[in-house]
Design a protein around this ligand. Structure first.
Ligand code: NDP
Length: 282
């Protein structure tokens, strides 16, 4: 235990913060690791973000998570960024280093960690549905993990092109945007298919528009949706014999990474997953 006599605090800021699964998971893990730490959820309007960060410093918070709508805005109030956070232009985790806060992005790292349980991403060809925050985080982190190629399939051209340009120009991984029009046919040479859209969130019957017959058994198919974790998309992939990865794995691994960043302690991932399943009633 690094800070024996102190009760340390980390927090999550964003909206909505009520009933936060990460808080539940972190608090269980602090107890399991024998740490006298607390994880608070705090609802902070955008106009108060600077004051909230100053307050965190004044009160000696060790770090925190930032969710929608603060992931981009928080950057101007920080004292430095990790390589991945700088490339993504978004921060979901901050850590106190000396008197300052350093911004990190653990969304993509959590995904890659979860992927590494089933394969080494290096040299793989990737197709990602969606070009929002989760997609950007995953794509940049996969690029940094030296995948061979990333195709972005998205409805909105602006977001799709902007991500493909970022990947080509700054992350140096070959990439392109393809317009999403109807059931998308996944090319045979794709190794890993990822749903990084919000399709399936709180709706077990919502299906990602994909030509299911184009999902082949040698493919790894993954979903960012963690509630419910058994999405229609993953069920379809399973029926095709694909290896599947659910969004809970990504969330757990993000938690593992954040916990280690703040405390210096490796948490028990099984405790985290159990806590999440308990919280989500699954
Ligand atoms: P954003 O709002 O930034 O992006 C949403 C993306 O989904 C956009 O690309 C949007 O397309 C696409 N999309 C939404 N609805 C549809 C639809 N009906 N058809 C096609 N495309 C659609 O959200 P985030 O990227 O921040 O989050 C996405 C999901 O990822 C959320 O459900 C979130 O809960 C989950 N998530 C999970 C994490 C985990 O640890 N498991 C971590 C972070 C996020 P367009 O650009 O065309 O509008």
């Amino acid at each position: 235990m690094t800070h024996e006599a102190l009760q340390e605090i980390v927090c999550c800021m964003g909206q909505p913060v009520a009933g936060n699964p990460t808080q539940y998971m972190m608090e269980k893990c602090f107890v399991a690791a024998g740490l006298e730490w607390r994880y608070l959820t705090l609802e902070v309007p955008g106009e108060n973000l600077a004051d909230a960060l100053a307050g965190m410093k004044a009160m000696g918070f060790r770090g925190g998570n930032f969710t929608i709508p603060h992931k981009v805005e928080v950057i101007q109030h920080l004292d430095g960024l990790s390589e991945a956070a700088e490339l993504m232009g978004a921060v979901n985790c901050i850590n106190r280093v000396g008197d300052g806060f350093i911004g990190e992005n653990t969304d993509g790292k959590g995904f890659v960690q979860s992927l590494k349980d089933v394969t080494d991403p290096e040299g793989k060809k990737i197709l990602i549905f969606g070009a929002g925050g989760a997609s950007r985080a995953i794509a940049v982190e996969l690029g940094l993990s030296k995948v061979a190629d990333i195709t972005i399939v998205n409805r909105d051209e602006g977001r799709g092109q902007s991500l493909a340009t970022l990947l080509n120009d700054r992350v140096k991984v070959p990439s392109r945007w393809i317009a999403w029009d109807g059931n998308h046919e996944v090319p045979e040479d794709i190794d890993i298919v990822i749903n990084a859209t919000s399709i399936g969130l709180n709706d077990a019957s919502a299906m990602v528009p994909v030509d299911v017959s184009s999902l082949k058994e040698n493919m790894i198919v993954s979903d960012v949706i963690f509630n419910p974790p058994e999405t229609m998309f993953l069920k379809a992939a399973e029926s095709q014999g694909c290896t599947t990865l659910d969004g809970l794995g990504m969330l757990v691994n993000q938690g593992v990474i954040g916990f280690k960043i703040w405390t210096g302690v490796d948490p028990d991932a099984a405790v985290m997953r159990e806590a999440l399943e308990e919280f989500l009633n699954i």
